[in-house]
Write a protein that binds this ligand. Structure first.
Ligand SMILES: CN(C)C(=N)NCCC[C@H](N)C(=O)O
Length: 281
């Protein structure tokens, strides 16, 4: 973009739901990043999570907290437990039995906080792990976790258009390990996304190119450090501390990278976005 004017990026206030990782552990392996034989520290995870939460608060965003539950070590990954668009909530249904009970805790949280328009899905649906809102439509991943039939269910429940994308690399088992929205827009052509093309099938790569000709394309190195698990408020982009190459490319587009250490949470296969469920109302 040398020589071209970079448009000013405007942050918009966000509301997030997060779950402190008090019971964090890697007791089972349900993705290629998890190795139960390696040590993990819940205290370190809590410290990293606290820094992430405080980063959002420093930018003026609202962070709600749900109580963690003993025996649910992955509950910190709140993004997998609900998709909220215009105050309408679609809950989740996990593929792994080890995580199944998380869905009910989040369902209760939403009801207790006044979200009456709430539907629990029939199909396997790992929420914002596989759903990304562009401001106009929902990009929906499948291949490892969320059932493709859950895409049609989400469209029906949320009343928004859904575009299915096929994930093909088991390391990038959720859409939010391979793509995130930098700036939402009500017009798809002007929404900005960043994605790692090789995580998607050839057909889905063509769909992404057609929808987002101006997207930031991530490299294998960006993806390996969970750089695609970022959280943007339209200007400030929270990234894992290792994702400095990607951050530098985002600066050229007018964004402000903000780095956080999520090394302990990565041992369970998660990053900043996985810890962050966005409540859009
Ligand atoms: C970015 N990702 C992958 C997420 N949205 N969630 C992380 C889930 C990690 C959990 N151990 C699992 O395998 O389900």
């Amino acid at each position: 973009m040398q020589g071209e004017a970079v448009p000013p990026r405007v942050p918009t206030p966000r509301r997030y739901l997060m779950c402190p990782p008090r019971y964090f552990a890697v007791d089972y392996a349900i993705n290629p990043w998890m190795d139960p034989s390696k040590p993990v520290s819940a205290d370190v995870a809590v410290a990293q999570w606290t820094e992430l939460r405080d980063t959002y608060r420093r930018f003026g965003h609202t962070v709600e907290e749900i109580d963690p539950q003993p025996g649910l070590p992955d509950m910190v990954f709140a993004a997998n437990s609900g998709t909220v668009v215009d105050g309408r909530v679609l809950g989740s249904r996990f593929r792994a039995p080890q995580r199944a009970a998380e869905a009910e805790h989040f369902r209760r949280w939403f009801l207790e906080h006044g979200y009456r328009d709430l539907t629990m899905p029939e199909k396997i649906n790992e929420a914002e792990g596989d759903f990304a809102w562009t401001g106009r439509l929902l990009l929906a991943g499948t291949g490892f976790r969320t059932d493709p039939a859950a895409h049609a269910e989400a469209q029906e429940v949320l009343g928004v258009p859904v575009v299915s994308l096929q994930l093909i690399d088991p390391r990038y088992y959720h859409l939010d390990t391979a793509l995130f929205v930098l700036a939402e827009a009500t017009d798809t052509a002007t929404a900005q996304v960043v994605y790692y093309p090789d995580a998607f099938s050839p057909g889905s790569q063509r769909v992404l190119r057609r929808m987002f000709p101006d997207a930031v394309l991530a490299t294998a190195a960006d993806a390996e450090c969970f750089g695609l698990n970022g959280v943007s408020d339209g200007r400030n982009v929270v990234l894992p501390v290792e994702a400095t190459d990607l951050g530098a490319r985002l600066v050229e587009r007018g964004y402000e990278p903000v780095y956080v250490d999520i090394s302990e949470l990565r041992k369970a296969g998660g990053g900043p976005k996985c810890c962050t469920l966005e409540i859009r109302k």
